[in-house]
Write a protein that binds this ligand. Structure first.
Ligand SMILES: [Zn+2]
Length: 668
């Protein structure tokens, strides 16, 4: 069969669907050019190549009975696809696929449940007026100017697994924040925006009891009513970068619209992406974006088990083809899909990912989720198997969104561990990790480092780690180290690990939490209060168990000269038992004698008592925390006679309490 006959045949098709007899059909092709022609007109669900070939095979497509007859007459081999011949007229009620209303209700729940981590807003409306809902995920307390990952799902209505993957990704991040180290730093230091459905009208038509099984396009009938069952514009052929090579026939499933960006959904998505990311690529088709480009965009489709990157509109390699392929292949290690340039499936013009990369230079990908056995409506038994590997791939994308053209070349830090113990006033950290370049180019590791609490991009101080076998010389190295912490932070630490290969490529960080098993804190370290002679002054300290297990803490006071009482008990030592994380207020009451030692300080007469409070873990001598409590007697007037009767160590006290003389409400 010659190409010309195929084009003429398809162009000549009537727009109205035949009465009955439509079905899922295999249409065979014998060249890449024929495949391209079929893909431009037919609703191609899947491309199946002949064994060992990429230029012949068949497409699986929804074909009307009339189309099938014309194709067959023209000599094109056409067969009913027995496997899918029983495709439903309407979607059955799959309990695992939420309706648009249910998806949006869950977004509302999360927005209410996680107000500090989320922002829910609409970026526009669908043709039928449904909002295009975006959930922003980031710790808002640390700002919004962060590396960005934009995830979009469901631009094709019938691809029902795609919003579910987006929802699972959101849920993983929100429920893991504060518990899982990587999910915590991701939301603290990165920003993730998720458009759960770019085509809610199309999704609704695939919901239970709706009479529109396999609806793909949007719901705009302006350019053709198409029997009421095939109208709409293919939103993934409507974007504004090299628009114009897809179907011009409104009743085709790949109808590109009357002009580029003709649809409100397309305009909203392009406007939103343009507002998120700076333009980092020079104009034209041949100039690459710089290697330090920031930002990733992934659009979720189904099905074909593919990870695709630009270009889709041409066989020519994208200017950043090497970098796009490096990250694409890495993402495919998580979901097990075939990574390839988008055009290798078949040519597509006006797609969102070509636009995002072409206009802005950001790393852009399409995932085609699921196999031909899954189809557009995978059985619920396949739900987890389709969702979980893709969530893992999306998490990796989020981790490298700071520099998607650099970080995937660097090794992964895996199996990270961090343990910290107090040793007197210092903390000793012991860390370990596996630095692994096997899925990042397979080059030998040349170094690894850890950062405590402050990650590399915030200017943290690296601690070099050493290989356990004594030499950096292979693609997988076990590394470790033990070092004192300069930071006096108590409680939980975040330790960031990263490795470098011999080409100098650093991989993304992987984090571990570390918290001392035994640890207590007594705060503040210095307390100052004042009163007139005869008064009872109550100071309050906070004793916290910052460790991981319950502890009995012994409290003592020393050095006091005025009557002093620790509230827990009138006798010392006293003790208190605290669970992990528990805070116990410690009230210390000092009675200022009517006759006290006096000083003249800056025109005021004062007298001073100092108590040192110690808290120690029963059974250890190393974990002792102290606080110093100063109590002053004061007089209002400098006219009183001044008699210094005691040599109170004023300067020593001042040295421990910088704010001591400068005010604080006891005389000025
Ligand atoms: Zn799709």
């Amino acid at each position: 069969m010659v190409l010309v006959s195929l084009i003429v045949l398809l162009v000549g098709l009537p727009v109205a669907a035949a009465e009955g007899g439509d079905g899922v059909t295999r249409v065979f092709f014998g060249s890449r050019a024929q495949l391209a022609e079929l893909a431009a007109r037919l609703d191609v669900w899947e491309v199946v190549y002949a064994a060992g070939r990429t230029d012949s095979g068949y497409v699986v497509a929804w074909v009307t009975e009339q189309d099938a007859a014309r194709l067959a007459t023209a000599g094109v081999r056409v067969e009913a696809d027995r496997r899918l011949a029983t495709a439903p007229e309407t979607i059955p009620a799959y309990p695992c696929y939420r309706t648009i209303a249910e998806l949006y209700a869950q977004l509302d729940v999360w927005a209410g449940q996680y107000p500090l981590l989320t922002e829910l807003y609409a970026i526009g409306d669908s043709y039928e007026g449904r909002p295009l809902q975006v959930l922003r995920l980031t710790n808002e307390a640390t700002g919004l100017d962060k590396p960005l990952f934009f995830l979009m799902a469901n631009i094709h209505g019938r691809e029902l697994i795609t919003p579910e993957v987006a929802m699972a990704f959101i849920e993983t991040l929100l429920t893991g924040y504060g518990r899982t180290p990587d999910l915590t730093w991701l939301l603290d230091h990165h920003r993730i925006e998720v458009l759960v459905s770019a085509n809610p009208d199309g999704h609704v038509r695939n919901e239970a009891v709706q009479p529109w099984a396999y609806w793909r396009k949007n719901a705009n009938p302006t350019y053709g009513w198409c029997d009421g069952t095939h109208f709409g514009i293919d939103l993934n052929r409507n974007s504004g970068f090299h628009w114009g090579g897809a179907s011009q026939y409104p009743c085709d499933e790949t109808y590109q619209g009357p002009f580029a960006v003709s649809e409100g959904e397309t305009l909203a998505v392009q406007g939103f992406i343009g507002s998120l990311f700076p333009d980092q690529r020079p104009a034209g088709d041949t100039e690459p974006a710089p290697l330090d480009t920031t930002g990733i965009f992934i659009t979720l489709h189904s099905y074909s088990n593919l990870v695709l990157w630009p270009w889709g509109y041409t066989d020519t390699l994208a200017p950043n083809a090497a970098e796009l392929a490096a990250l694409g292949r890495k993402l495919a290690t998580y979901n097990g899909y075939t990574p390839q340039q988008a055009v290798a499936l078949y040519p597509t013009t006006g797609s969102t990912d070509d636009w995002a990369y072409g206009e802005l230079g950001i790393a852009s990908y399409t995932f085609e989720i699921g196999s031909s056995l899954d189809g557009f409506y995978p059985p619920c038994s396949r739900y987890d198997a389709l969702v979980e590997p893709n969530v893992r791939a999306l998490l990796y994308a989020a981790k490298v969104s700071r520099a998607p053209y650099l970080l995937p070349y660097g090794p992964d830090a895996l199996d990270v561990t961090a343990d910290v113990e107090w040793a007197g006033e210092a903390q000793m950290m012991t860390v370990g990790a596996q630095i692994d370049d096997r899925y990042n180019g397979g080059r030998p590791i040349s170094g690894a480092e850890a950062y405590v609490d402050i990650p590399p991009w915030e200017g943290g101080t690296p601690v070099p780690l050493v290989p356990s076998d004594g030499a950096y010389n292979s693609a997988v190295e076990l590394v470790g180290g033990t070092f004192p912490l300069s930071s006096a932070i108590s409680g939980r630490h975040t330790v960031y690990f990263r490795g470098r290969d011999v080409d100098g490529a650093w991989g993304p960080v992987t984090a571990a939490f570390a918290q001392p098993v035994h640890a207590i804190a007594l705060a503040p370290a210095v307390l100052v209060a004042a009163g007139r002679p005869g008064a009872q002054i109550t100071h309050t300290l906070a004793l916290t168990n910052t460790g991981l297990v319950s502890e009995t803490v012994t409290l003592m006071q020393s050095d006091t000269r005025w009557p002093t009482m620790i509230a827990l008990s009138s006798v010392t030592p006293s003790s208190v038992t605290l669970g992990p994380g528990a805070v116990q207020p410690i009230a210390l009451t000092v009675t200022i004698p009517l006759t006290v030692a006096e000083h003249l300080v800056e025109g005021h007469v004062v007298a001073l008592d100092t108590v040192t409070v110690t808290a120690s873990l029963s059974g250890t001598t190393e974990l002792v925390r102290t606080a110093v409590v100063h109590t002053h007697a004061l007089w209002a007037s400098v006219l009183l006679p001044v008699v210094v009767r005691d040599a109170v160590p004023i300067t020593a006290v001042a040295g421990r309490s910088p704010g001591f003389w400068s005010g604080g409400g006891w005389g000025r």
